[in-house]
Ligand binder design. Structure first.
Ligand code: NDP
Length: 327
């Protein structure tokens, strides 16, 4: 395993990490979740990603039990939670980024994960109804209390992250260390365009999500077979529509041919492509089956195959490179 600094912070995260969205407490059994975390940990993964909103809090309960059962040394792993969407009880003050919810959600996550502190705590989305000052102060309070070690954002705009940094500087508080954006061969603008100044000037770290665009970039949907996948989960109709898009499927088919020529799988090629970006601190893997994770955990082997020529071929196929704003 390779370890990378989370932006300019001193914290090192494994280049490949493991997340639990749609899987833990929902799509897979607790036994499979246990197997996946064990495999990941044994392969050197040190970061496990979670959120209050995953399976309405159940994902954290499952992960907490697994962390406890394995008795891994607390210093050997990094665990996260995210605040914004709430757990099963929605309603005023149970969602969003008010001081009340940020603090209560953290206490809730600690109890579900059976942890004394969270290494990483994310604002899962921006909250237009809470002043950024209130959220930054609440995060700083949690840091001072030792309940979280680093805080960050997820799917915030560059302007919103800049504003959080500005507020933190104004009041001598600790600002955001990392952002969690979607990043894959189909979705590139934030990482390759919008956040460039944040990387250069502020050393923002990134923990990127959906590196396989929910499985599309494993190539398995070219025949449009969706049985036994997340696309058949209740409430995921929007995701099914997004994944089974003709243009994206055609690109996946072409990428598959390139992966065949390189004698690797498309999943590994797609993950390696994410890993090659130096502004990616860690690629969060998702898996519903041990075989998927086994394959994905070897993606670092494919990075050396991504020569300039291969990268050029990938660009020709996907045509998703954002227009870069020059600073
Ligand atoms: P991916 O895009 O990699 O999708 C993972 C899914 O793709 C698996 O669950 C599986 O789904 C399928 N898959 C994985 N590997 C293979 C393979 N080798 N061959 C075939 N199919 C495969 O990542 P996720 O969307 O799961 O995102 C990763 C993590 O990022 C999440 O767990 C979560 O922690 C985080 N995240 C954060 C978000 C945020 O807003 N901050 C949003 C979304 C995710 P299937 O069961 O269908 O086969």
């Amino acid at each position: 395993m390779e370890y990378r600094r989370l932006g300019k912070s001193g914290l090192q995260v494994s280049a490949l990490s493991l997340g639990s969205w749609l899987t833990f407490g929902q799509q897979i059994s607790d036994k499979t979740a246990d197997e996946l975390m064990g495999m990941a940990y044994d392969a050197g993964v040190n970061f496990f990603d979670n959120a209050e909103g995953y399976a309405a809090g159940k994902s954290e309960i499952v992960m907490g039990k697994i962390l406890k059962a394995h008795k891994w040394e607390r210093e050997s792993f990094v665990v996260s939670s995210k605040v914004f969407f709430g757990t099963e009880n929605k309603g005023p003050n149970r969602v969003g980024l008010s001081r009340k919810h940020v603090i209560e959600a953290c206490n809730g996550a600690l109890s579900r994960l059976q942890a004394d502190y969270l290494d990483l705590y994310f604002c899962h989305r921006p909250d237009k109804n809470t002043p950024i000052e209130e959220t930054v102060w609440a995060m700083n309070t949690l840091l001072q209390q030792g309940k979280i070690l680093y805080w960050g954002t997820s799917e915030w705009s560059a302007a919103e992250i800049m504003e959080a940094i500005r507020v933190a500087r104004q009041y001598n508080l600790i600002g955001p260390t990392m952002e969690q954006p979607q990043y894959n061969l189909m979705e590139r603008n934030k990482l390759e365009n919008e956040y460039l100044l944040l990387f250069k000037e502020y050393g923002l770290g990134t923990t990127i999500w959906s590196p396989l665009a929910s499985g599309l970039l494993s190539g398995k949907y070219t025949a449009k077979k969706t049985a036994d996948t997340r696309l058949e989960l209740k409430g995921m109709e929007w995701l099914k529509d997004a994944v089974l898009n003709e243009d994206k499927l055609k690109k996946a088919q072409e990428l598959q041919k390139l992966a065949d020529k390189l004698n690797t799988s498309l999943a590994k090629l797609s993950l390696a492509w994410c890993l090659k970006n130096p502004n990616v601190s860690t690629v969060i893997l998702g898996a519903s089956k041990p075989d998927q994770l086994k394959e994905n955990l070897t993606a670092l082997e494919v990075v050396p195959l991504l020569t300039d020529e291969v990268m050029g071929k990938i660009e020709d196929i996907v045509q998703t490179r954002p227009k870069i704003v020059q600073f």
